[in-house]
Design a protein around this ligand. Structure first.
Ligand code: 13P
Length: 338
């Protein structure tokens, strides 16, 4: 492990108000999104679509890294280079999703445990050779009747810590993602309680396994009311409770926090990130690592029709630009109209 290398990569991931583009959807998730738009699901369309996104003009000004899927890291962009080499050539760090998905958690109905630790060292070695500079592992916590259990939060935190330790051994920066899902009727207070507890257990686990905090990036959910809650929180409440949760749990050595969008609308994801940055007085950089809130409008515009490529690329560039403004507290909702 070379701590200077890890620190340098982690800093680059969250610096200069740039954020991370998540294009690491599993085949299942990608199929769901393509099916909804009648886009034929096949390897070439997945390659073409992701190539279109990463070659959008000026993307490198707003995006520091792109998270790839196992299939994508082995594919080529239209200029003939492998995705990692293309990304490096435009100044974007290549990353790789390494978890094998959230599976049913034994003896705990309706809860999930993320798998993928088996042979992770061997896979990490290969991904490093393919050019990955950082990785991602997502744990999923569901809020519901009597859940999450402590067991679910402890098991997922332990897996995240084991993963992070393996990444650091290979000089790959781990994105540590404890996602408390927005699904449900719970109010924002309940989301705060669970997110706070999960982050608490997570940082204890990372510490117990000697993970170096200055060589990770945290990818949490924002603290919001559940998507089916009748009493939706205001942007000010969201920003306040989200920052409070981070302040309670995230060590100062962590260089940056890159939020997931989790099903928020594009505008909410930008506006909430902006408000969080406006009130944050903590030392970490706070930016985005969005999947849906960066891509979905561009995917809709493309819809499998290559005549729409340029327009779709303009959409993703603009979304990345707006989120980059939000990462420095300079975004305004009125900018959406242009
Ligand atoms: P969303 O921004 O769509 O939540 O996806 C981010 C991500 O990478 C989830 O692991």
């Amino acid at each position: 492990m070379n701590i200077d290398v890890l620190k340098k990569i982690a800093k680059q991931m969250v610096d200069h108000s740039k954020g991370i583009l998540a294009i690491d959807e599993s085949h299942g998730t990608c199929k769901k999104r393509f099916d909804a738009l009648n886009i034929p699901v096949n390897e070439e369309n997945r390659r073409f679509y992701r190539d279109m996104l990463v070659s959008a003009e000026s993307l490198d000004q707003y995006i520091s890294g792109a998270i790839l899927f196992d299939e994508t890291i082995r594919q080529k962009t239209s200029d003939g280079s492998l995705f990692p080499q293309f990304l490096e050539s435009i100044g974007i760090l290549p990353g790789i999703k390494v978890d094998c998905g959230a599976k049913p958690f034994s003896c705990h109905r309706d809860e999930k445990i993320t798998e993928g630790l088996d042979n992770l060292s061997q896979r990490m070695e290969e991904y490093r050779k393919l050019g990955a500079k950082f990785a991602k592992w997502r744990a999923v916590i569901t809020i519901g009747d009597k859940i999450p259990s402590n067991a679910c939060m402890i098991a997922n935190s332990h897996a995240l810590a084991r993963y992070a330790s393996i990444c650091q051994e290979f000089d790959i920066v781990p994105i540590v993602e404890p996602e408390v899902l927005m699904d449900g009727k719970h109010d924002i207070k309940r989301c705060f309680e669970v997110t706070n507890q999960m982050q608490n257990i997570l940082f204890e686990s990372l510490d117990m396994l000697d993970v170096t905090f200055s060589g990770i990036v945290l990818k949490p959910n924002m603290v919001t009311a559940g998507s089916s809650c009748n009493d939706q929180a205001t942007p000010d409440e969201i920003a306040e409770l989200t920052v409070e949760c981070l302040k309670n749990n995230v060590p100062k050595e962590v260089p940056g926090i890159a939020f997931l969008s989790g099903g928020q609308s594009d505008q909410d994801a930008s506006n909430n990130l902006n408000n969080i940055n406006k009130i944050n007085t903590n030392p970490w950089k706070i930016t985005f690592s969005y999947g849906r809130a960066l891509q979905l409008e561009a995917m809709k515009k493309w819809s499998g029709n290559n005549k729409n490529v340029e327009d779709a690329q303009k959409i993703i560039s603009r979304r990345a630009y707006l989120n980059s403004l939000a990462a420095s507290g300079k975004y305004e909702i009125s900018m959406e109209k242009v």
